[in-house]
Design a protein around this ligand. Structure first.
Ligand SMILES: Cc1cc2nc3c(=O)[nH]c(=O)nc-3n(C[C@H](O)[C@H](O)[C@H](O)COP(=O)(O)OP(=O)(O)OC[C@H]3O[C@@H](n4cnc5c(N)ncnc54)[C@H](O)[C@@H]3O)c2cc1C
Ligand code: FES
Length: 361
């Protein structure tokens, strides 16, 4: 994995998937093919100045690396800066700044594997799942995939036709269970929200969770945490559960709480060295002050970042000397943290000398 960089790409296609959602395909020129190679489940990040503000927003690729298509789907959020721009103003032929693909919400595909995958998605959380479903069905002929997909109603099911076509083509290996929160279907099982209670119903009537090898969850925070806790409580090894969170609703609160908790240490200073693109530079940073990423950006560094909320992993780097504390981490796996990787947008020094290396991916 090399350090992510932005490139200028042309919009190749825009398809209105639903009244409030477009899918956007990008033209990857032959010379950029290797930089934009990706694994199913990864995301890209757009950079755009909107209303005099530079915004960076990440979108999971919904295409499969096995297709000749490089596509994301962007659901319009009420009042949302980038999603409104993408749904209303973006045109075929426009040029956009796009960062190379990143992310841990992936699975190593293996043609001889015989695995059972179980995925939980709600709303636009289907995007990385669609990429995973296609890739796994196409490249692991002995594996099965079960998708539990939550939406408000049949009308709001994103990629309904594409999923149905996959279901018809791979009847023996691909199963979809729709859960609708505002429309009743044939059984009680299909009505409601995806949460621990729904998981219990599914496990009693339809799905043998113990037979599943890998679990993917993508949707609102409440759903992710509910399903994850349920699975762990039922004895599923945490290492087999991957989740992708699109927004951290409490990032401002978490920053404030961290700064308040470390108020007494605000006089303590750390000498931070940042290594990036084979260069290094130094800065002084208070223990409970800015995050390491923010401090470095303020001093003029060009570092990779996107959400600044601990949910993507664009700002990932390795602590090679000293110690740091993270406010939140929704993106790094436990073993990455054990190997010294941190989300720099969430990191604060806890020793008087810290060296952070962005080049060790
Ligand atoms: C790894 C990753 C992958 C993602 N993949 C996708 C994807 O495939 N498709 C997709 O549509 N989005 C995806 N997102 C979310 C996306 O990056 C943006 O957060 C989203 O489009 C909103 O951006 P905005 O600029 O329109 O809204 P903003 O201007 O950032 O936000 C406006 C308001 O809406 C709230 N808000 C922001 N996001 C949401 C949300 N998802 N639901 C409800 N309220 C929200 C904000 O708190 C704020 O109050 C992903 C995010 C991450 C981190
Ligand atoms: S920028 Fe997304 S986790 Fe730091």
């Amino acid at each position: 994995m090399s350090i992510p960089h932005f490139h200028t790409l042309k919009i190749k296609d825009i398809t209105k998937e639903m009244p409030d959602c477009v899918s956007v395909a990008l033209d990857i020129t032959p010379e950029l093919k290797s930089s934009f190679q990706y694994q199913a489940g990864q995301y890209i990040t757009f950079k755009k100045v909107i209303q005099d503000e530079e915004v960076r927003r990440s979108y999971s690729l919904c295409s499969s690396p096995l297709e000749d298509d490089f596509r994301v789907a962007i659901k319009q959020i009420k009042g949302g800066l980038f999603s409104t721009f993408a749904n209303q103003d973006l045109k075929i032929g426009d040029e956009v700044e796009v960062m190379t693909p990143m992310g841990n919400f992936t699975s190593e595909v293996n043609a001889t594997a015989k695995r059972n995958y179980l995925a939980f998605a709600a709303g636009s959380g289907i995007t990385p799942m669609l990429s995973l479903i296609k890739t796994i069905l196409w490249s692991e002929p002995q594996s099965t995939f079960t998708l539990i997909y939550g939406n408000q109603s049949i009308q709001t099911i994103l990629f309904k036709e594409e999923l149905e076509a996959l279901k018809n083509r791979y009847m023996e290996r691909f199963q979809i269970v729709h859960i609708l929160s505002r429309e009743r279907m044939e059984t009680e099982l299909n009505y409601g929200r995806i949460n621990a209670e729904k998981c219990e119903q599914l496990s009693t009537h339809l799905i043998d969770f113990q037979q599943m090898d890998q679990f993917f969850i993508c949707g609102p925070e409440e759903m992710i945490l509910g399903v994850k806790d349920y699975l762990i409580q039922k004895g599923v090894d945490e290492h087999r559960i991957r989740f992708e969170l699109f927004t951290n609703s409490s990032s401002t609160k978490a920053r404030k709480a961290y700064q308040e908790a470390h108020q007494e240490e605000s006089e303590k200073m750390c000498h931070v060295t940042i290594k990036v693109d084979d260069r290094s530079f130094d800065l002084q940073l208070a223990y409970g002050g800015d995050s390491i990423l923010d401090a470095a950006l303020k001093s003029g560094a060009d570092l990779p970042f996107a959400c600044k909320g601990g949910v993507c992993c664009t700002c990932r780097a390795k602590v090679v000397e000293g110690t740091v504390d993270m406010e939140v981490n929704y993106a790094l796996e436990k073993d990455e943290v054990a190997r010294g990787y941190v989300l720099t947008c969430q990191s604060h020094p806890t020793s008087d000398r810290v060296v952070i290396d962005f080049d060790v991916r």
